[in-house]
Design a protein around this ligand. Sequence first.
Ligand code: PMP
Length: 363
Amino acid sequence: MSERVFNFSAGPAVLPIPVLEEIQRDMLVLPGAGASILEISHRGKDFVAVLEDAERQLRDLLAIPNNYKVLFLQGGSRLQFSMVPMNLLRGSGKTADYLLTGSWGKKALDEAVKEGATHVCWDGKPHNYDRLPAAGELQLSDNSAYVHITSNETIEGVQFSTEPDVGDTPLVADLSSDFLSRPVPVERYGLIYACAQKNAGPAGVTVVIIRDDLLALGDKSLPGMLLYRNHSENDSCYNTPPTFGVYVVGLIAKWLQEEIGGLASMAERNQEKAALLYDVIDDSDGFYQGHAARECRSLMNVTFRLPSEDLEKSFLQQATERDLCSLAGHRSVGGIRASIYNAMPRAGVEALRDFMQEFRQAN
Ligand code: PMP
């Protein structure tokens, strides 16, 4: 297969073609560096310029205030499940509140309980993680170290569109699967983390945005690699950073700014794309059953079921024959999941919409 398909993978996921082309063009020689991005020292001026540029681009896109640091780390978001409580909870005598809106939030909690006292301030499990809490449903603890949320649950397809009100308690958010898909008021958060492999780049780099006062909290007895402060004091070069990943994050941020026109414009496009699929679901007389309650639907991961598993199998098979690929739901929940991140072109979503309509009529 040498043609590109429409790739609905949940991550690693589709990347913008202009970015892939720029990587390809500069793969042998990064302009001015005399070698490729894969071959230059992380201490040299050429890579330092790449890293500073990636940070500046992210700061511009997200309007990150000056009292926040931007870190480029490794270990994926799952390492953040541990680093967050290790730095912000361990030894604090406080309790960390976890708001569970899906499978990833639960996994984050499973790591936090190893580090200190935790409290589930809302749990969507009884209704199969199909909605977010209503105002007033959160039960925060009295002495809370932070409140952890998962802004977009990649498996269930449930997404926050605004921040829950947690008062003065630091809000910590796993933004892995909607980072850079929309504007985010960073000042409402204490810490944001996101692995890159959905909207922001390749697997291997994780972006952490952390408020200065929280950087002071981690205890020196932690392994050096797990202390945010070490990464901050060394400008993300405490050890060798994921150089290629940082480079691609910078290219993606530049693409978002220069070709898309910023995050508000990206969000508008994402809303339009998602509506194409949700409209088919809503107009299908129950043939397609969306998982998430309407007001909590994800613009990134559209999750739905068909009347039977046999129909789901043939849906996936026929979709793949049309080059609409990687549409199977996560192995833990089944069904169908169309991940339509920033770089999924509208044409891909339209092709899926057309196929969904035809499939329903034929069945
Ligand atoms: N959180 C969310 C919301 C995710 O979607 C994922 C990955 N799909 C993770 C955490 C875990 O990320 P990683 O594989 O980079 O550790």
